[in-house]
Design a protein around this ligand. Structure first.
Ligand SMILES: Nc1nc2c(ncn2[C@@H]2O[C@H](COP(=O)(O)OP(=O)(O)OP(=O)(O)O)[C@@H](O)[C@H]2O)c(=O)[nH]1
Ligand SMILES: [Mg+2]
Length: 652
């Protein structure tokens, strides 16, 4: 299986890189070059590498074959159809397949009634006892199928209950909610399902998201706000027998081709091409017919034809189960799998490579800076002492005076450093006054009050717009503070480098752009889903207010939380090297003065001292060489290509 090999190769790449970084951490500790902050950052980097997950989502109108395609791509080895797939609406709730070794294999189901409360699915993830858990017997394919069948369960409720649970009985969803003679409607029994399953691919960090058809997608904002936009690949599925219908187009526009969404990793599948297979037609005729359909879809979706993959999920599944290579080739599933792994893994690897690379480089540069400034100080001292060879007491006294003057000068410099530190903390406070969660909390509170007191829809609408305007302003102001801190640190780094020879490089940069973009995305969502004339007129004020806070404000808060953590890390990263080097420099000056003083008292210790220092010098150059080798090794691991063929050789 192509995707499996690619994923295994990617896992192998991460683990090799992890080994290198661990080697670096051990070496730092052995050489006493680590500090609490470096250890913490390296630990976090390693955790991120180990936990790295790849999310693939399947999105389409109902009955296009999403579940069947998942069965065919990932679960054919189990010899049967694992996820329920049948005519009509089958998957009733968003279903995530993943593996968390901390939990036993099971299907976890969040009851639909939880929609009545104000918490979103993300919130419920933290409370396992709110979910119904069904154990999964992984030894029996039938037992597993049985357990997975829960995702298609429904219940009948009266219209009022359905309305309260967020089902839209008058709008576009109405057709999907069948009403019986007593006016009761059939709704999904579960709000969300998580299948925890020790499948080899899931164990390697793959997370698969199966979604129900259109009508359910719109009602669970976690899907549209977070799960789909954050997926590393989204497969949009059409069926050859229906072509591109209005409702397919609606799903495509709202959830896959959204203006603010990512374009990378989006694939379109034209499923059920076996409908064209016809013994009375020649193969070339069939191929031409499929190609024509692909062209039609490409035109309607405004995509190049090669981005559309015609397949037969069902025949692909049968072919894999019966080990029938001819049928598998005809199902064209392998081409889709290849494209999927080609999109997924290199893109993910690039992100991980950039993140880990810049973090590692910074920590390595810090260690190198420390060693280099130790070496520079040592060499200076050595030169001083060598000059003292054969000199009289007068010269030694002169040298002592010189070092003392240098020490005093540095102490004056230190005063400036302390001053900078207090300006730094004042600026930091200013930064957090804008970026911090307190001001966001106040904004949330005042927006809530305005919305609750609003008498007209215009006031509601303005309150929502104002929430975004103020949040954006907070980010803009924060950006101003960040720039100021950066400029100040740059100046002080330079000053200490020129005047006292500290090797500091230039301070790390920090950008809030990604959080600004996240706000744009959330506002676009809000403007198309909540803050529209249609929604404002149609829904109760309290309903809209609640939705706004549960869904939108909650995500804005999350973005600010990330931004805060990011900013705190950055502030430490620009201050820490300065502190370490200043401390080192101070100690060094003291030692220099002491050693000259000792020589002043007894000239015969001079040669001994020079020898001692020469030895320290060679240790330091040795450490620098070892560090360079470690860095080169890690860079090599970082830039190695993920190579599935190589992986196969390793496995054999
Ligand atoms: N002929 C043919 N039928 C298929 C193919 N793939 C799926 N089907 C059928 O299409 C129907 C719907 O398939 P599902 O996998 O349940 O579709 P889905 O997109 O998951 O649908 P929902 O879960 O309802 O959203 C089932 O009867 C499948 O057997 C295919 O490649 N060829
Ligand atoms: Mg399904």
């Amino acid at each position: 299986m192509l995707l499996a090999q690619q994923l295994a190769a990617y896992a192998e790449w991460r683990s090799r890189l992890g080994d290198r970084i661990e080697g670096f951490r051990d070496w730092l500790a052995d050489n006493e070059l680590n500090d609490a902050q470096t250890d913490l950052r390296l630990g976090q980097l390693l955790d991120r590498l180990r936990e790295d997950r790849l999310h693939v989502a399947f999105v389409a109108e109902f009955s296009r074959g999403k579940s069947e395609l998942i069965n065919a791509i990932f679960f054919a080895d189990y010899g049967s159809r694992m996820l329920p797939s049948s005519a009509g609406r089958t998957t009733m709730c968003p279903t995530e397949l993943m593996y968390d070794p901390a939990k036993p294999p099971c299907v976890e189901l969040l009851p639909i009634e939880t929609r009545e409360g104000s918490a979103g699915v993300a919130e419920y993830r933290r409370f396992p006892d709110e979910w119904r858990s069904v154990p999964l017997d992984v030894a029996s394919a039938e037992a597993m199928q049985e357990a997975m069948r829960h995702v298609s369960e429904t219940v009948r409720v009266d219209r009022a209950t359905a309305g309260r649970l967020g089902f839209d009985l008058d709008g576009e969803e109405a057709g999907a909610l069948r009403a019986d003679a007593d006016g009761r409607v059939e709704i999904p029994r579960w709000r969300h399902a998580i299948i925890n399953f020790p499948h080899p691919l899931l164990k390697q960090g793959l997370v698969i998201l199966d979604t129900p058809g259109l009508n359910a997608i719109g009602t669970e904002p976690e899907l549209t706000l977070s799960l789909l936009p954050n997926a590393h690949a989204v497969l949009f599925i059409l069926a050859a027998d229906t072509g591109v219908t209005q409702s397919d187009l609606a799903v495509w526009k709202a959830h896959v081709d959204a203006p603010s969404g990512r374009k990378k990793g989006r694939l379109v599948v034209l499923n059920k091409i076996d409908g064209q297979w016809d013994e009375l037609k020649r193969e070339a005729e069939i191929d031409a017919e499929i190609a024509r359909q692909v062209d039609d879809c490409a035109r309607i979706l405004d995509l190049p034809a090669h981005r559309i993959f015609p397949v037969s999920a069902q025949k692909g599944l049968v072919a894999k189960i019966n080990d029938d290579p001819a049928l598998l080739a005809r199902s064209r599933l392998p081409a889709l799998e290849q494209a999927l792994s080609g999109e997924l893994i290199p893109a993910r690897q690039e992100i991980v490579r950039d993140d880990s690379g810049s973090e590692f480089d910074e920590l390595a540069a810090r260690a190198a800076g420390l060693l280099e400034s130790r070496l520079a100080g040592l060499r200076e001292q050595l030169a001083e002492l060598t000059e003292l060879r054969g000199k009289n007491r007068g010269v030694v006294e002169y040298m002592m005076g010189k070092v003392r003057a240098e020490k005093e000068e540095f102490e004056v410099g230190l005063q400036r450093y302390y001053a900078v530190r207090s300006v730094f903390s004042a600026l930091t406070n200013k930064l957090f006054a804008h970026l911090g969660l307190d001001s966001l909390r106040a904004l949330t509170q005042s927006t809530r009050e305005t919305m609750q007191e609003a008498a007209f829809s215009r006031q509601l609408s303005e309150a929502m717009a104002n929430f975004f305007a103020v949040s954006r302003e907070a980010l803009e102001k924060s950006r101003g503070e960040v720039d100021e801190i950066h400029r100040m640190m740059e100046a002080i780094y330079r000053k200490f480098a020129v005047e006292h020879g500290l090797k500091l490089g230039s301070p790390a940069r920090f950008s809030l752009l990604r959080y600004e973009k996240e706000l744009d995305r959330l506002e676009t969502w809000c403007d198309t889903h909540l803050n529209t004339m249609f929604q404002l007129l149609r829904h109760e004020k309290s309903h809209l207010t609640q939705k706004f806070f549960e869904e939108v404000a909650m995500q804005v808060r999350r973005a600010f939380e990330h931004a805060n953590r990011h900013a705190e890390g950055w502030l430490k990263a620009i201050m820490a090297p300065m502190e370490t080097q200043v401390r080192e420099h101070q100690i060094r000056l003291k030692r220099r003065l002491e050693s000259i003083r000792r020589i002043h008292q007894a000239t015969d210790t001079l040669e001994e001292r020079i020898e001692e220092l020469t030895h320290v010098e060679s240790t330091l150059t040795g450490q620098l060489a070892a560090l360079a080798a470690l860095v080169a090794g890690t860079r090599q691991a970082l830039h190695a290509e993920v190579d599935a063929d190589d992986q196969m050789v390793v496995n054999l």
